[in-house]
Design a protein around this ligand. Structure first.
Ligand code: SF4
Length: 187
């Protein structure tokens, strides 16, 4: 799949940042190729951890929105109308709520934007600090920690925070180019 992404993330918006992001995506592809993804095929146990509030880069935010916009209108309406704040499973009697990610298909138990899911979702179950919830993965690529440190150096916000930032007039007027590139993950 070919996706159009912004040239640079909001942390810099310059050529150096773009190059850093492209290197990061290549490293992510390489890391993914060394993960035990066969075991994950068809499994949705980590879907219960798809809760809202995690941080993504601007490119990941844009990629998710671009992908979602390709869905048939009826499907998009169904997903947009799903309730995502629910009683915490297994602790319903406490009244504690949990809000799921906006891209979680609650009815069908899957990620709507799986091909362009953010980095943290790709790492889930594949690192020692985000282990598989059912312990099915026992091998982790050695450089996963270094990779995460690289990721943390990009500006990241929640989905909702990016909504606000992208609507903000001053943010729109910055000097970040809106030209598109092809993400290395899709080459
Ligand atoms: S983007 Fe997809 S995989 Fe990531 S938390 Fe949301 S629903 Fe889950």
């Amino acid at each position: 799949m070919i996706l159009t992404l912004p040239l640079a993330d909001a942390s810099g918006g310059d050529a150096e940042t773009l190059e850093r992001w492209r290197r990061f995506l290549k490293h992510r592809d390489d890391l993914s190729s060394r993960m035990d993804l066969q075991t994950c095929n068809g499994c949705d146990y980590c879907g219960s951890r798809c809760t809202d509030g995690f941080l993504v880069t601007r490119e990941e935010y844009e990629a998710a929105r671009t992908f979602f916009a390709t869905l048939p209108i009826e499907e998009a309406k169904r997903l947009s109308g799903e309730a995502r704040t629910l009683p915490w499973p297994g602790a319903e009697e406490t009244g504690a709520p949990v809000t799921y990610c906006r891209y979680r298909d609650m009815e069908r138990g899957r990620c709507v934007i799986y091909p362009v899911r953010p980095t943290i979702c790709r790492l889930f179950g594949q690192t020692s600090w985000l282990p598989c919830p059912i312990g099915a993965i026992d091998y982790f690529p050695e450089d996963a920690a270094t990779f995460w440190n690289d990721y943390r150096r990009f500006e990241r916000h929640t989905w909702s925070e990016w909504d606000i930032l992208m609507r903000n007039k001053s943010f729109e007027n910055d000097n970040v180019s809106k030209e598109g590139i092809v993400s290395p993950q899709d080459e």
